[in-house]
Design a protein around this ligand. Structure first.
Ligand code: KIV
Ligand code: ZN
Length: 520
């Protein structure tokens, strides 16, 4: 057994909030970004890439707030190879205890053609921008975007320039997920061996998953000398996504015998953050996803179940507890008491104060009355139901009845409480959800665009709860709402109204006037 403290440390750089959030449709709200950043910091991520400050006012504000809040992690912002980008990035990250500027430019022939720079002009731009960044911040990362399709001689030349200009980390992105493990390793090895000054910087690997090889490519790069892995929770990211944090971290843990590197990640926090990222991004995790998929630890076939009962190691290479999955899926029901609920929620990663427990207990009892067996996933849905924070909300669904079936049009009869006053309306639509949304919109007219409507069953069975996520966009600002109920239309109505409450709150934050005057 090797002494782990003597093993080389691989730094985990999480870019869920930048490259992950860049994925079309994965937009998160300001508050959600702060929450995810806090979870990343607590789980031991070394560097959090919090956003792209010049991209929008919202990104700038989020990076600034995350920089102010972070306790341990380095907070990094992205900047193109332009002075104005780098200055804006610094304005946001400088609030962190440990800031980093990450600047990049596309160096492959295809990418060089876009700013129309020849090789010498681009080299000069790299020198000037990295020098500028280093004059602002002593922690500078530089990336040659599309490095895996850049001519090797030119890549060596620009990496050397960036190191001489003061970059402390050199990241080698496989921007389009084109490389393969052996090539990924060879590229890092070549840079480490050939580039003067390479021994003074950390090499990073940043892989996209277009050919499904991102994790393998990242690990191969580590074996060749990279000591920083760039990754996202659940592999969130554009197209087929990025290297998944949970995959590389667990691979290094489980196969430490052949990959003797350590990370600083508390792996028991993986499951919780995976669920939260799935919920706030609106990107559910595929059932058979490695490590965090619903089936990753499920053993259904007879042979597997028999083996598992005799010795779990027959079919399990890691324990569910290692990633923070409760060891059992103990079913709760209407006779379960407060203490059992508290213990169960603690297993699931929720440590509640007494008043929070009281509130959840009431909702748990209501659910258990309607649903015989309450599973872990039902409880998680209960905990992530944004519609349940109803106390201070201005809009609340009081009553809903829909008429649906084969005869169109479907209709919804709704009572919405607006600022304590009940308003009733009936509306028709193309299906019960459409009719319900039309009814809500009649009572609370708005121009926000429905950017996402997503439904998924929390558990199996026809009495399963449906979790509904709704995302609205107004003037470039995004708000979300999520709710779960055994009645899909009720969950939809509550999720929509929760998103509207968040919209009202957001408007009030940007414009102090009373926005509710639009209510009829
Ligand atoms: O994939 C990529 O090349 C990137 C860079 C900005 C590092 O995300
Ligand atoms: Zn990327």
């Amino acid at each position: 057994m090797t002494d782990k403290t003597k093993q080389d440390r691989v730094v985990i750089f999480d870019t869920t909030l930048r490259d992950g959030e860049q994925s079309p449709g994965a937009t998160m709200t300001h508050e959600e970004k702060l929450e995810i950043a806090e979870m990343l910091d607590e789980m031991g991520v070394d560097i959090i890439e919090a956003g792209f400050p010049i991209a929008s006012e919202g990104d700038f504000e989020a990076v600034t707030a995350i920089a102010e809040q972070a306790q341990n992690a380095v907070i990094c912002g992205l900047a193109r190879a332009q002075i104005k980008d780098i200055d804006r990035c610094w304005e946001a990250v400088k609030h962190a205890k440990r800031p980093r500027i990450h600047t990049f430019i596309g160096t492959s022939p295809l990418h060089r053609a876009i700013p129309n720079l020849n090789m010498d002009e681009m080299a000069e731009r790299i020198h000037d921008t990295v020098t500028h960044a280093r004059n602002l911040c002593d922690n500078v990362q530089w990336s040659p975007m599309d490095a895996t399709r850049t001519e090797h001689d030119y890549l060596c030349r620009v990496v050397e320039i960036a190191i001489k200009a003061g970059a402390t980390t050199i990241n080698i992105p496989d921007t389009v997920g084109y490389t393969a493990p052996r090539e990924s390793a060879d590229l890092i090895r070549m840079l480490v061996e050939k580039v003067p000054g390479a021994d003074e910087v950390t090499f990073a690997t940043h892989c996209h998953n277009d050919l499904g090889m991102a994790t393998a490519n990242a690990l191969a790069a580590v074996e060749a000398g990279a000591r920083q892995i760039e990754c996202t929770i659940n592999g969130l990211g554009e197209r087929a996504g990025n290297t998944a944090l949970e995959e590389v971290v667990m691979a290094l843990k489980v196969r430490n015998d052949i990959m003797p590197y350590r990370t600083g990640i508390d792996t028991t926090k993986i499951m919780n953050i995976s669920r939260r990222v799935a919920a706030v991004s609106g990107f559910p995790v595929q059932f058979n996803k490695a490590i965090v998929g619903k089936n990753a630890f499920a053993h259904e076939s007879g042979i597997h179940q028999d083996g598992m009962l005799k010795n779990a190691e027959t079919f399990e290479i890691m324990r569910p507890e290692d990633i923070g999955l409760a060891a059992t899926n103990l079913v709760m029901g209407k006779h379960s008491g407060r203490a059992a609920l508290r213990a169960k929620l603690k297993d699931l990663g929720y440590d509640l104060a007494d008043n929070q427990l009281n509130d959840v207990f009431v909702r748990f009892k209501a659910l258990a009355d309607r649903k015989k067996e309450v599973y872990d996933d039902d409880l998680i849905a209960l905990m992530t139901d944004s519609a349940s924070e109803a106390a201070g909300d201005q809009l609340q669904v009081k009553f809903l009845r829909v008429i649906c079936g084969t005869e169109a049009p479907q209709s919804a009869d709704l009572i919405l409480t607006i600022d304590g006053v009940d308003h009733q309306v009936t509306a028709q639509g193309d299906g019960p959800v459409d009719a319900t949304f039309n009814a809500i919109k009649k009572l609370f007219p708005h121009d926000a665009r429905l950017a996402l409507f997503q439904v998924h069953a929390v558990t199996e069975g026809t009495d399963a709860q449906a979790t509904v996520s709704v995302r609205l966009e107004e003037d470039g600002k995004i708000v979300t709402g999520q709710s779960s109920d055994t009645d899909t239309v009720v969950a939809s109505a509550k999720a929509y109204v929760s998103a509207l409450n968040n919209l009202i709150w957001r408007r009030a934050k940007t414009k102090p006037e009373d926005e509710l005057k639009s209510v009829s």
